[in-house]
Design a protein around this ligand. Structure first.
Ligand SMILES: [Zn+2]
Length: 477
């Protein structure tokens, strides 16, 4: 018997008052902003002006301070009059940060331009923007290293490279100035807290830099392609076919080996699909002759594509048919997303509230309302084993899978409910999904009783954020 321990993360909304004491704030004039890169002071003016002018779509939070005490401004942009998407499901979440390196101003400006595009597009009533903000939350931290930004230096004030300070194979590459320990710096520590506590379920994380015109996906640590290479290659090919010729490569090969980066942490620990967006090779300049919105127009187009299609950046399993026959479940599943999943299975909740899984070995399972339940699952002392025939299955990106799962003596009847459980992506750290199976696709064949009734097309999104199962951390959405 294994214990499926659970840790529920309190959803801590950091509701720090962001409004300055003065009355209406005004941002920089466009002519300045288009040619002169932001200092911490002008950024503070601009983000406060947005929050004052567009409270219906802009939440402005302080999510920490730099080592010198400057605020880390976080913009949360969405149509806040809508709690969910029109179909009742949770909005997609996109996380963006800029300015890890204080001398890479163009990357910081790209983060600013993305926020500006959606805020001004909302004000102008642009349909693409209205659609995105009705279905998506954008969380944008434009300037992480505000101290370094104002000194025009790569490092923070402790001379640490913040993009080597994350807790993913920290200080395991020949690297410079990674800090005294992972997350030793207040900037990276604050960023990781926000990732873990506010946006653990993000389906896209972009971190913006300047250096070489390239987009880098994991890993920096290893030359090998990441587990979710199909997703990254799909995005690469789609961007190249339709938007931009910007090179899109594995970071280790595309740039150089690097460790402890926010990109590798975002993917390896948080399970996000992540990119480092490097705008171009210009550093140490404080302004641009060409207007920023022209200079970064192509990069902004790539960002719009990534944001508009965020729904696809994970596995999205849909049960096409589920046929029960003599304790065996014949299952046909399609994947509407562009990521594969290798850890999928089916659970059954019987009419007495007991959980069942394929196999026949008992265990404890944390159900969709966060309560411990007994479940009869596949596996051994180590844990549930998806690779045992009849226990779990995988589904390739944009593909279908047909499989048979053996529920043994489970009392399957029309009174119970099936749940589909799977990981959003192949990477171990990716979040788990637990959704009820639409009863209209369930067919019982055991005693010739025919079709089950289909009372509800209920989609249950699971309430728990983090669950440790079988001594391995599992994060549920
Ligand atoms: Zn950089």
């Amino acid at each position: 018997m294994r214990r499926w321990a659970a840790i529920i993360l309190a959803s801590v909304m950091l509701s720090v008052s962001a409004a300055p004491a003065a009355t209406a704030q005004v941002g920089q004039p466009d002519i300045v902003q288009e040619h002169w890169y932001h200092s911490y002071a002008t950024l503070t003016l601009d983000v406060n002006a947005w929050a004052d002018d567009y409270p219906e779509i802009v939440n402005l939070l302080v999510v920490g301070q730099t080592e010198m005490g400057r605020n880390l401004w976080m913009l949360q942009i969405s149509d806040w009059s809508l709690e969910t998407k029109p179909d009742g499901t949770s909005k997609e979440v996109v996380y963006i940060d800029g300015g890890h390196h204080g001398n890479e101003h163009l990357g910081t400006e790209l983060a600013f331009l993305v926020a500006e595009y959606y805020i001004e597009g909302w004000a102008d009533g642009e349909q693409e923007v209205l659609d995105v903000l009705a279905t998506t939350e954008l969380h944008i931290l434009i300037m992480l290293n505000a101290d370094g930004n104002d000194f025009d230096t790569r490092w923070n004030v402790n001379q640490v490279d913040l993009n080597r300070n994350y807790d993913h194979y920290w200080n395991t590459c020949p690297t410079t100035q990674p800090g005294s320990a992972a997350f030793s710096e207040s900037e990276t520590h604050s960023n990781s807290i926000y990732m873990n506590e506010v946006v653990p379920h993000a389906d896209l994380y972009i971190t913006m830099h300047t250096g070489v015109w390239i987009m880098l996906y994991p890993w920096g640590k290893w030359p090998e392609q990441p587990s979710d290479w199909e997703l990254f290659h799909f995005i690469r090919d789609d961007v190249h076919a339709n938007i931009s010729d910007i090179p899109i490569r594995n970071a280790n090969q595309g740039l150089y080996p690097n460790c402890g980066t926010s990109r590798d942490y975002g993917y390896g620990v948080m399970g996000y699909p992540t990119f480092t967006f490097e705008t171009d090779d210009e550093q140490f300049l404080l302004g641009t002759v060409e207007a920023l919105s022209d200079r970064l127009g192509e990069e902004l187009d790539v960002m719009r594509y990534l944001i508009q299609n965020v729904w696809y950046w994970r596995a999205r399993l849909v049960v096409d048919s589920l046929e029960v026959e003599d304790g065996k479940v014949h299952l046909s599943v399609s994947n509407l997303g562009h990521a594969s999943t290798s850890n999928a299975t089916l659970l059954y909740l019987d009419e007495d509230g007991e959980w069942w899984a394929p196999g026949g070995i008992g265990g404890i399972f944390l159900d969709h309302v966060g309560e411990m339940r007994e479940v009869y699952s596949c596996g051994d002392e180590i844990g549930f084993n998806f690779s045992i025939l009849g226990c779990g299955f995988g589904v390739n990106a944009t593909n279908s899978t047909v499989t048979t799962l053996d529920f043994g003596g489970a009392p399957i009847s029309s009174e119970g409910q099936f749940y589909l459980v799977y990981q959003k992506r192949v990477i171990d750290s990716s979040m788990w999904v637990n959704e009820s199976v639409n009863e209209s696709v369930v067919e019982m064949k055991a005693d010739g009783s025919g079709l089950l009734p289909a009372p509800s097309i209920l989609l249950v999104f699971v309430a728990f954020a983090l669950a440790a199962i079988n001594s391995r951390n599992r994060k549920f959405e």
